[in-house]
Design a protein around this ligand. Structure first.
Ligand code: AMP
Ligand code: GLY
Length: 417
């Protein structure tokens, strides 16, 4: 396992529960997954470690290593890898590439214009309707998107992004409607969607404050019609997988579609080339099928031979425990302790490391408390009682993860509105 976040810990936990897995190493890892030094974005270093360990499967968690070609380097050496090539990972690494693939595949998404000149961009924005959506073209770790009604703030963001984040920005139509994260396993041909989830990106309750790497998630989505997953598979996931295959750059691994459920149907906001964080923590908590054979089937082009995935009934909620000062200036180096946890709750590590006998915080998002329950309400209550068992000085969480869904307050705008 390559990576160091709570997503990787969730994958490690699921793989450890699979009796077919005899040995598992996570690098660079954290205090929850075990630690092993590795520059995860250095293809040669990852290949060297995989050869040293005689790995039968390498699972690459984050986008950085995938965009850097880590999966290509492993495949070149004949090592099975779960994760797309650099060419296919551009679906996340370049917003304009993703738009081009969607256009070619006929996938519904926000209308968009790409700019390389800040004056052209500012002129376009001046004639557009608010809210304005401006995106940096490259990978930006959650900081590459501006959504707001203020014209000059949007133009300033575009100018800044053109200078600091890469040579291009994309301005797109605002999509109104609740968001869905739908993950699909694929071997480049067959597509197998997982349970739909929703994440919470802003730091504060009620979506107040700055964007973060994700403050919580839940799955599945009680407000989403039963037919939606199959429809998104048919209109979004399969066409994109087919388009990338037709271009000679098949996508093998996890294709993440971020969608808005709008009055004109489901529309793509973004693609990612890997499992989402923190949705993965909730989704994998409900998976009953042993994970290793599924990931290996993706890596070896045999996904179509597997029986359907099995899921446990009920729901799952994940609440992220963040360090003091996160996201602006997180404090690190504090002791992280967890009292005995209530039934149905587990704690996944993100920004932690071991320091002798102690576990200390090493990043902004420190732990992801995940709970399963018979329904979303029970999962949510359990997740928050799990949060109460965490002892980390100055830490903060959102208190409203999954709350609107439990209350039945999430609604898709009526079609044709
Ligand atoms: P992204 O980095 O593309 O995931 O964007 C981050 C967040 O910005 C998304 O999860 C949405 O909440 C919001 N966003 C991005 N694009 C749009 C859009 N076209 N319309 C509305 N909200 C958007
Ligand atoms: N949940 C958002 C992401 O993983 O990018």
């Amino acid at each position: 396992m390559v990576g160091s976040g709570a997503r990787e810990h969730a994958l490690v936990r699921a793989l450890q529960q699979d009796p077919a897995v005899t040995d598992l190493v996570c690098a660079p890892g954290n205090a929850g997954t075990g630690e092993r030094p590795l520059d995860a974005s250095d293809p040669a270093a990852v290949v060297a470690l995989a050869l040293e360990l005689d790995a039968e499967l390498v699972v690459v968690g984050p986008e950085g290593p995938l965009v850097a070609g880590v999966a290509d380097a492993l495949r070149d050496r004949g090592i099975p890898v779960f994760g797309p090539s650099a060419a296919a990972a551009r679906i996340e690494g370049s917003k304009s590439f993703a738009k081009d693939v969607m256009r070619a595949a006929g996938v519904p998404t926000a209308a968009a214009m790409t700019f390389e000149d800040d004056n052209d961009c500012a002129a376009y924005l001046a004639g557009a309707q608010p809210p304005y959506v401006v995106k940096a073209d490259g990978l930006a770790a959650g900081k590459g998107v501006h959504v707001g009604t203020d014209l000059s703030a949007a133009a300033d963001f575009a100018r800044e992004a053109l200078v600091t984040l890469g040579g291009r920005v994309v301005v797109e139509e605002y999509l109104a409607g609740p968001e869905v994260s739908l993950f699909a396993l694929t071997d480049g041909t067959t597509v197998v969607p997982l349970l739909p989830a929703q994440d919470f990106k802003r730091v504060g309750d009620g979506d107040a404050g700055p964007n973060t790497g994700g403050m919580g998630a839940y799955a599945p989505l009680p407000w989403l019609p039963d037919s939606a997953v199959a429809e998104i598979e048919r209109t979004v996931l399969q066409p994109v997988v087919d388009e990338l295959a037709a271009r000679g750059t098949p996508f093998s691994g996890l294709l993440y579609a971020g969608l808005a459920m709008t009055s004109s149907g489901s529309q793509v906001i973004e693609f990612n080339c890997r499992f989402g964080d923190p949705e993965t923590q909730s989704v994998l908590a409900l998976l009953e099928t042993p994970l290793a054979a599924v990931l290996l089937a993706c890596a070896t082009g045999r996904l179509g031979e597997l029986p359907p995935l099995r899921w446990r009934d009920g729901a799952s909620v994940t609440v992220v425990v963040a360090a003091e000062g996160y996201p602006a200036a997180p404090t690190i180096g504090d002791d992280v302790e967890v009292d005995p946890l209530p039934e149905g709750v587990h704690v996944l590590h993100a920004g932690t490391r071991t320091d002798g006998e102690r576990v200390v915080s090493s990043g902004g998002r420190v732990l992801a408390v995940t709970a399963v329950g018979a329904d979303l309400g029970e999962a949510r209550e359990r997740a928050y009682s799990g949060v109460a068992a965490v002892r980390l000085r100055g830490s903060h969480t959102r208190t409203d993860i999954a709350l609107a869904a439990v209350r039945g307050e999430v609604a898709i705008p009526p079609l044709g509105d």
